[in-house]
Design a protein. Structure first.
Length: 114
């Protein structure tokens, strides 16, 4: 999408602190971290949230979660624990309407969230 901030980051129109990138996925540091480690896993194909997913996105979502585990290991937070979050809609806290998954780690994350 032309005006989507994540699409602009993917197209390198807006700078970001990249952690990982390939042809399907971009992983960046969150600019307003809520934990010592706060990463965003952004698929390069645009869809708003899980309500807009098609069957063709199934493999991509599995890939995002697998890559999150790999990066959690690389960053040294896999053993201590981390949280993956995907918000759907404004009341859930979604502020950018391009599906993305947050990885948060490095502090105790209480339950329930929010």
């Amino acid at each position: 999408m032309e005006n989507c901030i994540f699409c602009k980051i993917i197209r390198n129109e807006i700078p970001s602190k990249k952690v990982f990138e390939d042809d399907r996925l971009l992983v960046i540091e969150d600019i307003g971290p809520k934990a010592p480690l706060h990463l965003l896993f952004i698929p390069k194909v645009h869809f708003s949230n899980c309500l807009d997913m098609a069957d063709s996105h199934d493999e991509l979502v599995g890939y995002i979660f697998r890559k999150a585990g790999e990066i959690a290991r690389e960053k040294g937070v896999a053993d201590s624990g981390f949280r993956l979050v995907q918000n759907n809609g404004e009341l859930a806290g979604q502020s950018v309407f391009h599906l993305h998954v947050h990885l948060l780690a490095g502090r105790e994350l209480g339950w329930p969230p929010g």
